[in-house]
Write a protein that binds this ligand. Structure first.
Ligand code: FAD
Length: 267
């Protein structure tokens, strides 16, 4: 009962000859079961899904013991974990690795994410895909926001002094509609998708895989939970932290408190 087990099952489909349905179960002390994938919505649109992870909450403490060839029980490892964080001995946290799928974030937030070089991203290509190909698009602000990000100010998700909001939201919807319709016409008339995308709005939503270790995530949270970061990526950072609270609660809670970021996570 005093142990944390992390089990990973990979079901192999002989028929389709490929791996599918990776299912991980984490049993913790009170035997709560976490079944991957774990999904969190991102305020303003999009979602983040933790599909798989390597290690558990106490992995950094266990691996750090290689330095002294020491051993410790669960209580000792919990104390060591906090000590590692307090002393900024962060390399053991590289052994906790997370594979996120991040869906439908604005293109420019994807670009900001890609600036974090200590990670392995794999992104949807608009050279090969079209927005909402083959689907009937409903040109309402709420529906369009799923394809092209509309600033949260227009949905009352953050305070703002923007005047004349209703008329401007209408203009935004018309602008996006025109861009998508022109894109579709360009492609229909034979222009390459990779060239036709030139006219799509910068807020076009995209998706990516993001495999990243806990040490790099700490650096990401330092920079992107901070109020100096853009609202949209701060909401993504909060969603990352919410997922971490479900799988590595001791690590994330102590990290946020020691680094002084906790107030930004909760605000
Ligand atoms: C509020 C804000 C505003 C920003 N504005 C801009 C902007 O105007 N223009 C812009 O280009 N970027 C901007 N950025 C991006 C920023 O400069 C970083 O590129 C990004 O945040 C990734 O941070 P990082 O390099 O620490 O992370 P990672 O790339 O994940 O690197 C992690 C750590 O590894 C080390 N490292 C990685 N690569 C190198 C290297 N080549 N040499 C030495 N050490 C390395 C560093 O210690 C680094 O902190 C902004 C970021 C924020 C948060």
């Amino acid at each position: 009962m005093k142990k944390t087990f992390h089990l990973l099952y990979e079901n192999y489909s002989r028929k389709s000859n490929r791996y599918f349905n990776s299912l991980s179960l984490t049993y913790n002390l009170n035997m709560a079961v976490k079944i991957f994938p774990i999904t969190e919505d991102i305020l303003g649109g999009g979602k983040i899904i933790l599909e798989e992870m390597l290690g558990d909450d106490l992995t950094p403490a266990r691996v750090a013991r290689i330095s002294y060839l020491s051993e410790g029980d669960e209580e000792a490892n919990k104390k060591l974990l906090v000590k590692l964080l307090e002393s900024k001995h962060l390399s053991p946290f590289e052994q906790q690795v997370f594979r996120f799928k991040i869906e439908d974030i604005p293109m420019y937030i994807g670009e900001q994410l890609l600036r974090h070089r200590i990670a392995s991203p794999l992104k949807r290509s608009y050279r090969f895909t079209s927005p909402e190909k083959g689907k009937k698009i409903e040109y309402t602000a709420e529906k369009l926001n799923k394809i092209v990000h509309i600033p949260p100010e227009f949905f009352g998700l953050r305070e703002s002094d923007v005047k004349d909001k209703d008329r401007l939201l209408n203009e935004i919807v018309n602008h996006i509609k025109k861009s998508i319709e022109l894109y579709q016409e360009l492609v229909e008339k034979g222009l390459r998708k990779e060239a036709a995308r030139t006219i799509l709005p910068a807020g076009l939503r995209t998706s990516l895989y993001w495999t990243v270790n806990m040490r790099s995530l700490m650096n990401f949270l330092d920079q992107r939970l901070n109020p100096k970061a853009q609202w949209e990526i701060r909401e993504l950072a909060k969603a990352v932290a919410r997922i971490l609270y479900q799988v590595v609660p001791l690590t994330i809670d102590n990290y946020l408190r020691i680094s002084g970021l906790y107030k930004y996570y909760t605000e």
